[in-house]
Design a protein around this ligand. Structure first.
Ligand code: PMP
Length: 388
């Protein structure tokens, strides 16, 4: 049959956030007032001077040609300066990315051959798993557990898996749990990776969005530059998800491989977008601190409301998510579906983040306080009626 999807594509679940978006549109069409705490894009405005830079540069017709594959020299410098300021390390090179999702997905193809083993955390951002499946890889899940603060317990990785694994993905602050990681834990991960010859792919998407301590880059640890590739994005801390701007730094042969595969998939970022990113990275420290404060206040609000509901919960140390356990390990997909269909509140089912997320739901702090309060009132009534 013409146009029949590949077996490879058939092996991947339908993309959960697109499905939820369609359901949300249908609920809105039925007249429900929607409060979307599902998708993880922040609602705060971007850095003002970065937007102004974008507007000025976008008005110049000279800026509509192809740009350098390497990004502008100024973008490269801005990334290196930003790293140095926040993490006291200056990476040797940077690969600009049109959003980090694509780069994190293509790393599998750049660094693995079909049948290779990769270790992926669970629960985690669903793109890792689907991209690894599309690349024909064998996945060993590293299950993260609430009783361990969602930290990576590498002792649980069997020796034979450690010996043959090519990559270990990690993401802290973590989507979907909001957990952060201690420096000591990461030192252990770096030592483990060096011992087993495994590359760490460290997704630092929420980089500066940390509430209780300094932000952490794996590349700031001794020895990490030999075993880790780190990804950052301007989608979260800088509120520019629609601009699609991100970058990777780290281990040089892996970075070269990523650079090469990106050459075949993208043709440089929009020049004015790169200029806007440089401005945000150079001048946006106070702006980001303001965003952290916004999220911190929302975290306190939600925490208080959940306590009042008697709903056991963990509080995020970073990122912008609460991960909430349903009573009796209830059906998280049914819970989210019904909550959206009847109350207009969008949450994300934990099972979207892998089997280890089943029985949980994710609440994103991506709406203003008043909407969060209304959403929590609706959720409280829904739970009372459903005994969830
Ligand atoms: N990593 C994580 C953990 C995420 O949550 C997201 C977005 N939700 C991304 C990567 C991708 O971000 P972007 O493509 O916008 O850079």
């Amino acid at each position: 049959m013409a146009g029949k999807p590949s077996r490879r594509l058939d092996a991947v679940e339908p993309y959960i956030f697109a499905e939820i978006a369609a359901r949300r549109t249908a609920a809105a069409a039925r007249g429900l007032e929607i409060i979307d705490l599902g998708r993880g894009g922040p609602d705060y405005p971007p850095h003002l001077e970065a937007m102004e830079e974008l507007a000025v540069e976008a008005a110049d017709p000279a800026n509509y040609g192809y740009t350098s594959y390497a990004g502008s020299p100024d973008f490269q410098r801005a990334v290196a300066d930003w790293y140095e300021r926040h993490f006291a390390v200056r990476p040797a090179g940077t690969v600009p990315l049109s959003g980090s999702k694509g780069g994190l997905s293509r790393v599998f193809m750049a660094l693995c051959d079909p049948g290779d083993t990769v270790i992926l955390p669970e629960p985690a951002f669903p793109s890792y798993r689907s991209a690894a499946v599309l690349a024909g890889l064998e996945i060993h899940p590293l299950v993260l557990r609430p009783q361990n603060g969602w930290r990576p317990l590498l002792t649980e990785i069997p020796d034979d898996v450690a010996e043959r694994a090519r990559l270990l993905y990690l993401n802290y602050p973590t989507n979907p749990t909001g957990a952060t990681v201690e420096r000591g834990d990461l030192e252990g991960v770096v030592a483990w990776a060096a011992e087993h010859d495994v590359l760490i792919v460290y997704d630092n998407a929420y980089n500066l969005l940390v509430f209780d301590g300094p932000p952490l880059s794996i590349l700031s640890l001794p020895g990490a530059a030999e075993v880790a590739l780190e990804f950052h994005t301007l989608s979260k801390a800088y509120g520019m998800a629609g601009l699609r701007a991100a970058y990777a730094c780290g281990q040089s042969t892996a970075l070269d491989a990523l650079r090469k595969i990106e050459l075949y998939h993208q043709a440089g970022l929009f020049g004015p977008a790169l200029d806007a990113c440089s401005v945000a990275l150079d001048q946006g420290d106070d702006y980001v601190a303001g965003n952290v404060e916004i999220l911190r206040r929302r975290r306190e609000l939600v925490s208080g409301r959940l306590d009042a509901m008697g709903w056991e919960h963990t509080s995020p140390g970073g990122a912008a998510y609460f991960f909430l356990r349903l009573d009796g390990d209830g059906d998280d997909s049914a819970f989210c579906r019904e909550l959206l269909d009847t109350r207009g509140v969008v949450l994300t089912p934990g099972s979207a983040f892998g089997a280890a997320g089943a029985g949980w739901v994710r609440l994103a702090l991506t709406r203003p306080a008043a909407e969060l309060e209304t959403a929590l009132e609706r959720i409280a009534r829904f739970r009372d009626e459903h005994g969830a």
